[in-house]
Design a protein around this ligand. Sequence first.
Ligand SMILES: Nc1ncnc2c1ncn2[C@@H]1O[C@H](COP(=O)(O)OP(=O)(O)OP(=O)(O)O)[C@@H](O)[C@H]1O
Ligand SMILES: [Mg+2]
Length: 500
Amino acid sequence: MANLRISLAAAVIQAVLFTDSEALWCNCTTAQCEKTGSQCETDGACMASTSFIEGQEQHIRICITRDDLVPPGQPFYCRSAEGLLNIHCCYTNYCNSIDLKVPSGREGGDSSGGTWGLVELVAVIAGPLFLLCLLLLVGMFLYQYHQRAYNHRQRLEVEDPSCDHLYMAKDRTLQDLIYDLSTSGSGSGLPLFVQRTVARTIVLQEIIGKGRFGEVWRGRWRGGDVAVKIFSSREERSWFREAEIYQTIMLRHENILGFIAADNKDNGTWTQLWLVSDFHEHGSLFDYLNRYSVTTEGMIKLALSAASGLAHLHMEILGTQGKPGIAHRDLKSKNILVKKNCTCAIADLGLAVRHESATDTIDIAPNQRVGTKRYMAPEVLDETINMRHFDSFKCADIYALGLVYWEIARRCNSGGIHEEYQLPYYDLVPPDPSIEEMRKVVCDQKLRPNIPNWWQSYEALRVMGKIMRECWYANGAARLTALRVKKTLSQLSIQEDIKV
Ligand SMILES: Nc1ncnc2c1ncn2[C@@H]1O[C@H](COP(=O)(O)OP(=O)(O)OP(=O)(O)O)[C@@H](O)[C@H]1O
Ligand SMILES: [Mg+2]
């Protein structure tokens, strides 16, 4: 570019030398001007130019003829290279005596090069970053604003003024609400709109478990803990069925998990299905027995309370406020919760069936094999169960209760001995047994969990062992009833002077 300029300058000088002058005098640095005292005369303009040639700053001053001042207004010879102030034309005598400066950052380099200075670099990097941060901030602000507006809308929606009556007075606890409704209401729980209000004002705290149908969370409602079982939307039928069973008239019992609310909440993207119940910090009986061994008193309390819960579930209560008989169909230590007072609450009623005694029918078409394989009664495993007969399902529950008793009794501390926690049939089948593996052991080989001989030396363990055997008969009809088990254990507790 510099060379081009020099040749241009030479051409200009040539032009100046052959032009008639009109008395404009300029400084001149070309060799030809040495004779005229480094000045030239022109009818056009004086020009000063600065450039770098081999690292040296060179100042060139020449005359430009009027003919060369094309195009008019922006003559080609007077135009600086893009972005540079290195050529200057003027029109008064010797006006081109000034020394032009090459803009900073270009000295010593090729003036057509593309290296950026620190300031430009910082500007180029920091500019977009700043813009990005700004966008993020605006995005976050908009999101929060949207969330707040959404929550507000939700609150408005659930805080229906019609709820602001006696039920929802701010100082009332869940227990107050439920007590009122179980004594004066239908006996089947909170009205649906109250359930909704309660469910939508629960604040979830932490996840406490995962099961086949979803997650279980601990939540807070008015300063108290509640358990929230969240079903995935695929499991809507299970959620509906479990909520339906829990709301059976007169089901409430101290040894059945206290149901609080069911809610299906559409958050715009998916439907959340909630089942809210009492929270029991000990978790399931399975969790509890894994963690602790129990005293004789502890064992009897757990066993008696579980039998009481199951007896209530199985029992049919006649009358207008009566209750149908209910069979659980998935009884196991993971589906029994341990309350603060170390008694049991039977939970997970999602697979239960109800007996309609007037027509002697079962309220849903029971599919053959549901529940947990390890706890399936022999008649369920080999599919000989008579599904038209409601009592068959109760007998299958009793078989599972016997297995749960075996899990409890192993953990009973008698004479300083107790065994480690084990699942029933731990020594006979693999961890996740198939129906076939269970059937071979339970139906073909007719094996049952081992009852150690030393249990005979301790009255409580002896009675427990006897109950288990009578729960495990291959013939379902020969097994004890829940009520019978409850009575036997009540007697045992009196005998052992245990307050329950
Ligand atoms: N009301 C509750 N209070 C305290 N902990 C609970 C409550 N309900 C459930 N849990 C805990 O959450 C766990 C998961 O319960 P969930 O019923 O979903 O699955 P599970 O019983 O382990 O398996 P399954 O799906 O076979 O029933 C339980 O094992 C228990 O530890
Ligand atoms: Mg469960």
